[in-house]
Every structure is written in structure tokens, then in C-alpha cells.
Write a protein that binds this ligand. Structure first.
Ligand code: PSU
Ligand code: MN
Length: 325
């Protein structure tokens, strides 16, 4: 349980505060995807379009980031642009990094007062703000070679801890998806899929691995999630949905690029939190922008699925069901 003082670190935007007062559902969005996952200006355009899409479907987007010493729950357009323009200058904040920037002692030499939150850090902040649904692109996972490198994204531990539903297009196949799913199973994190039986693989629709449970209907997803939390089973839920067919890539298009990006990361000694941004940007360059178009399409699709889920959760009665007659 967070300390009651946690709330003092949060700063909701005017629109988020208004939505909370009106009881309109919120959908959290992360900021690392904006600062470190896509280049400017496509990152800003995409962030704006995703927010507009969520609003058009009846929920309020809350892009989460650290700015000027506060955890911002929702950014107005000026701050969204600051984040997008900062790009890789922004700090990439996961669980371990959150206090440094907030407490004014950034470990990495503070070139910026802007902190972009990863899936892990966004989950923490969303939970503090009482937001149950969070839309991202892809979650971090167990990296290939992790038995040697120990490179396992902190996103997975966070999914085991923070009670937030994370809507994503699975995980990238530059990761070891089989081990990622094993890790989630060990930590009791349900992996739901919608629109297909298998877990998605970001640029690719199909990872080749089955999800735990297929639930296409938003009301069914909401009942599953509400039941988990009512039982006191804290921790997240992954809801995977594949990139729309028209924007999907094929293994033939992406496999060689990924191998090359992985080899370059290794030969250049890229490690720690630099690995994922390096791989994403190299794949964007090597694919001539095609992977970026896929990335944008999948985030928008995830936003639709996530908004439907947030609306469905809001429709559920808050009390547990009485025993069936
Ligand atoms: N996967 C993507 N795009 C991203 C990320 C992951 O396709 O932008 C970001 C997310 O913020 C995720 C983070 O939480 O990378 C994971 O980083 P790491 O592998 O260092 O834990
Ligand atoms: Mn890592």
C-alpha cells in the first residue's frame, strides 16, 4: 500500500480532473513510447491521434509522465509537445528510477526535467491515480540470451505487482516470447487475448504461442479482471490484441532486420535500458519506416480495445455478485 503522501506527487491535468469528477472512465497512456519509441514528429502526431480516438469513444486519455517534479496524470497539448520534442533527452523511468527525478537527484546527470515512464512506471502511477486500464504498444519481456545477460524487463515484475490491465499488441519477437510467457505464468499474471487464440508479436499478428484465455468481448474481459481483483489477487492482467491485418508485417519482412539489429546491439555493447530503444530505432531505420507505420497502427488499435474495456469496467456493478440462485 502506498503511503498517503503519494497523492501529493500526482498532478492531474484539468481534463483528467474533470473526467474524474464526472465519473468518465480514464485510459492511461505511457510516455516512453513517445520519447524513446518513435521519432519526432510522428511521435507527437500519434500521441495526439491516440488521445483523440480515446475521447471519441467516450473515455478520457491520461498520458503519464514526470515533469517539473510531479507525476503528471494527463498532459495538455503543450506538455505533450514538450515530451515529444525531448525525445531521447527525456529520462527513461522504470520502477527503480521514479524517485530520483521526483526527488531532484537524477542518477544519470539530469539533462532534462522530463521523465518518460515505461510500462512498469506507468502502471505504478496509473494505480496511484486509480486508473484501471492502460494502453501501450508492446510490453517489455525476457530478452533473447537472458540466461546469460539477465536482461528481463522490469515490466514483467510490475505486471505481477500493480493492479492495472495492460492492453498491448503482445511483445516484440526480438524478445524471447516463450520465456516471457513462462515468466508471466510463474508470477500469476493472466494473459488474455482478443480477436485470436494466440498471443500477438507486435509487428506480427501471431507469436506462435497461445494466450491463456481468449476473450473477444469487452464485457467478458471486464468481468474477468473485476473478479481477479475482487478475489484479492493483486497484480496486472495482459490483454493482447493483434495489429490489424492491413498494417501487419510478415516474418519474411522483419526477421532479417531483427537479427541485424540484435547483432549490432551486441557488437556495440548496448546494455541496460538502452537496449529496447536501440533495437526499435534500428528496426525503424532498416525497414525504411515500415515498422513505424505498423507501430502506429497497432497503438491506435490497442486504444480502441482499451477504451472499450474501460467503458465495460465502468458499467459493471461494483459489488460482487450474490450467490447464484
Ligand atoms: N516496446 C515497444 N515500444 C516501446 C517499449 C517497448 O514496442 O516503446 C518501451 C515501453 O515503455 C516498455 C519499455 O515498457 O520499452 C521496456 O524497456 P526495457 O526493455 O528496458 O524494460
Ligand atoms: Mn532490459
Amino acid at each position: 500500500m502506498p503511503h498517503p503522501a503519494a497523492q501529493a506527487w500526482l498532478l492531474p491535468s484539468a481534463r483528467v480532473a474533470a473526467a474524474q469528477t464526472a465519473g468518465r472512465p480514464l485510459v492511461a497512456l505511457e510516455s516512453t513510447i513517445v520519447a524513446h519509441g518513435m521519432p519526432y514528429p510522428q511521435n507527437l502526431e500519434t500521441a495526439r491521434e491516440v488521445e483523440a480516438l480515446i475521447r471519441s469513444l467516450g473515455a478520457e486519455p491520461a498520458t503519464i509522465a514526470v515533469m517539473d517534479g510531479r507525476i503528471r496524470i494527463g498532459l495538455d497539448d503543450t506538455d505533450l509537445e514538450r515530451l515529444a520534442r525531448a525525445g531521447p533527452q527525456a529520462h527513461k523511468l522504470s520502477r527503480r528510477d521514479l524517485p530520483a527525478l521526483l526527488a531532484g537527484s537524477s542518477a544519470s546527470g539530469a539533462s532534462s526535467s522530463i521523465g518518460a515512464t515505461t510500462v512498469a512506471a506507468t502502471m505504478i502511477c496509473a494505480q496511484l491515480a486509480g486508473i484501471e486500464v492502460f494502453v501501450t504498444g508492446g510490453i517489455g519481456g525476457v530478452h533473447r540470451g537472458a540466461p546469460e545477460s539477465f536482461d528481463i524487463s522490469a515490466d514483467l515484475q510490475e505486471l505481477a505487482r500493480s493492479s492495472v490491465a495492460v492492453v498491448c499488441a503482445g511483445a516484440k519477437s526480438i524478445l524471447d516470447i516463450g520465456l516471457t510467457l513462462e515468466y508471466l505464468e510463474t508470477h500469476g499474471v493472466p494473459v488474455l487475448s482478443c480477436e485470436q487464440d494466440n498471443f500477438a508479436a507486435f509487428y506480427l499478428r501471431d507469436s506462435g504461442y497461445k494466450a491463456d484465455l481468449r476473450l473477444d468481448d469487452a464485457d467478458a474481459q471486464a468481468r474477468f479482471i473485476r473478479c481477479k481483483w475482487q478475489l484479492g489477487l493483486a497484480g496486472g492482467v495482459v490483454l493482447s490484441t493483434p495489429v490489424p491485418q492491413a498494417a501487419a508485417m510478415t516474418p519474411a519482412q522483419i526477421d532479417d532486420l531483427m537479427q541485424q539489429a540484435l547483432a549490432e546491439a551486441k557488437s556495440q555493447g548496448i546494455h541496460g535500458k538502452a537496449v529496447t530503444p536501440f533495437l526499435l530505432s534500428r528496426i525503424q531505420q532498416l525497414s525504411g519506416g515500415q515498422s513505424l507505420a505498423t507501430n502506429i497502427a497497432l497503438v491506435k488499435h490497442n486504444a480502441q480495445v482499451g477504451t472499450r474495456l474501460a467503458l465495460a469496467l465502468a458499467r459493471l456493478p461494483s459489488a460482487a455478485p450474490s450467490a447464484a440462485a
